[in-house]
Design a protein around this ligand. Sequence first.
Ligand code: PMP
Length: 431
Amino acid sequence: FVTTPLADLSPADLAAFLETQRAAYEALKGRGLKLDLTRGKPSAEQLDLADRLLTLPTSTRDADGVDVRNYGGLTGIRQIREMFADLLWVEPSQVVAGGNSSLSIMHDCLVHLLLHGAQESPRAWAAEEKITFVCPVPGYDRHFTMLASHGIEMVTVDMHEDGPDVEAVARLVKDDPSVKGMWIVPTYANPSGSVISQEKAAALASMDTAAPDFRIFWDNAYAFHHLTEDEAKSADIITLCSAAGHPNRPLMFASTSKITYAGSGVAFLAASEANVAWYTGHEQFASIGPDKVNQLRHVEFFGSAQGVRDHMAKHRAILAPKFAAVDTALSTELAGLGIADWSKPTGGYFVNLDVLDGTATRVVALAKEAGIVLTPAGASYPYGKDEHDRNIRLAPSFPTLGEVETAMAGVATCVALAAAESLAAGHDDKV
Ligand code: PMP
């Protein structure tokens, strides 16, 4: 049993460690596993929590007497706007309750910006020679692929435990008017789990930008997804930006995808009233109104903002042991070896695993051969390019607890084997 950093082992001890890991890996392969830790999907047990939705709504009218079965009401029904305004610490007038996907609202906002620009834009973004977004890394792969699909350039900044490197962001936005926006998952970020501090949020709100129409895409997908009693409170970016004289800078997104049903929930945009008017001004040509039946169903299901919080506690009871199992497996196998670092998130859906530089692709391939599917190495970087080849995103929500335990013990073996191979090859090179 080795607890010395692998890099400090003698060539003979390292060779012995490598042999042990090879044997462990062969045994792992022999088990014929079929496990998947790729995407942050809720488990069936979590989805079951929301099954009362299938019997709702009991009414066909919202609190204002509007028949939800009919067309209309582009901003969504009043009760759900009020409920989520309370949860997101904004005013109901600053909330649009839309369809089933916040990612679609983000995409709509981006496309409206490209085709029409924002209130402060000199011209449509697509008419600019170049558009650039600042992307904290590691980050959410779908954010990056969305930008890539529209030919938007990406520059990266590092994500830390308290949010992105805001000094780096400030430098990038200051003199270059092509830098029009940035992504940020402020609460329990995908995949690092980090929560942005008030100070960093205030810095983003007040920084000088060369572009007069700079937008922060504030994707609060995990705002209520706590894994401990220490519940993070998202920084109030809308008030911070407004106080700093940039009321239209933030576009906040959220949804009930990881609260009720993923893909059949309700998605939200929260922003200044001017931004709400800008968004609905364009959206009116795309939709006669959202699925109000689904919105009313959610209102009846939750009852109140507190009902949402209470519901999240049930998710926590299912998810927290799975995250604990990830930490236990990695600590048991890898602590002290100096070949892996991993996050211990207090919320959200992911664990960020950094392995020995240059081995992430090998780890994912080894795991795949042993029947454990991981997110492709580098997925959390624009264009899938992790220059250090060290980052792996783990998503333990979907498998059962037993499967997470088995899969993670296997992943730890792959991490150790890949590191030992790489270090042993280094020794050989020196000979
Ligand atoms: N944003 C982030 C950061 C996510 O992780 C996800 C889902 N994995 C989404 C958005 C997708 O949200 P929705 O289902 O509302 O489109």
